[in-house]
Design a protein around this ligand. Structure first.
Ligand code: G1P
Length: 287
């Protein structure tokens, strides 16, 4: 029987050390990519796939995220008085997007631990995971591409893309067995292998459909890469119990947790904008 994916987990407790000092007093998820914070693109992607039960796993110092998705009475009042109705609509739209739930990850023990914090909220149903650093620009939202595969096979699905040897050690890497056009069974998965030990060139990017069985496995996972509880290690155990799938994402992915990736995303999202895109292109060309 087909089960709808209704819930999403977005881990947001990371300290953003790759982006200091910008992230010293500000959550990295709130850094603007062109005209909105990175986290807003992620939530818009979830909503586009009709996933509207969203839980953010946050930590200390992340209140700006809650404020962003809340009503801002003072600002709305001010914009109304100044008759700035376009801006007003834009601001109101954000708080109307959806209800968001927040769970605190009390210690930064890793992605697997963050997911495990949501077990009572997710309970017994399949769910989506979005890593907020990964923006994916595509005609079909990346998460919908995963949901299609989930609907066909009824198992966990990971988003993957081809990664060059130079960077493969920054990813969870799958050992794939191809079963369709860009669709694979995950025979094994290794978190951040050395290039020579990588089982393929297919690295996981930040979109997952997970099944509730993952919550039985996460507590069994020992500290792995970086001394953290890795989601990849729990998926490895899951793949030994039931088929886990991967799909090569059609779209352009940006790692906004990295300074260069962040700049590429900001520039390209701005270049696509109707109002300033052409002017920015002109400026960059002259540079
Ligand atoms: C996380 C995951 C990794 C995945 C990556 C994608 O790593 O642990 O398996 O390939 O996200 O962005 P992080 O980049 O948080 O170190």
């Amino acid at each position: 029987m087909e089960r709808l994916i209704r819930k999403a987990v977005i881990p947001c407790a990371g300290l953003g050390t790759r982006f200091l000092p910008a992230t010293k007093a500000q959550p990295k998820e709130m850094l603007p990519v062109f005209d909105r914070p990175a986290i807003q693109y992620i939530i818009e992607e979830a909503l586009s796939a009709r996933i509207d039960n969203i839980v953010l796993v946050t930590g200390r110092g992340k209140q700006a995220i809650e404020n962003h998705f809340d009503k801002s009475f003072e600002l709305e009042h001010y914009l109304k008085q100044k008759k700035q109705f376009r801006l007003l609509k834009n601001v109101e739209n954000i708080s109307d997007l959806t209800d968001i739930f927040y769970i605190r990850q009390k210690e930064p023990l890793g992605l697997g631990h963050a997911i495990n914090c949501t077990r009572n909220y997710i309970s017994n149903e399949p769910f989506a995971v979005f890593l907020a650093d990964d923006l994916i620009y595509s005609s079909q939202p990346a998460i919908s591409q995963l949901i299609e595969v989930y609907n066909k096979y009824q198992g966990a699905v990971l988003a993957v893309e081809e990664v060059s040897k130079e960077f493969i050690s920054q990813y969870g890497v799958i050992k794939p067995k191809q079963i369709g056009d860009g669709v694979y069974i995950v025979e094994d998965i290794i978190e951040k292998p050395a290039a020579a030990a990588a089982p393929s060139n297919l690295g996981v990017v930040g979109r997952y459909i997970l099944v509730p069985e993952i919550f039985n496995l996460l507590p069994k996972v020992k500290k792995g890469q970086n001394g953290e509880i890795q989601l990849t290690d729990a998926i490895r155990l899951l793949a030994k119990k039931m088929p886990v799938y991967a799909v090569k994402i059609k779209g352009k992915r940006y790692d906004t947790g990295d300074k260069l990736g962040y700049m590429k995303a900001s520039i390209e999202y701005a270049l696509r904008d109707k109002e300033i895109g052409a002017k920015l292109k002109n400026y960059i060309t002259k540079l």
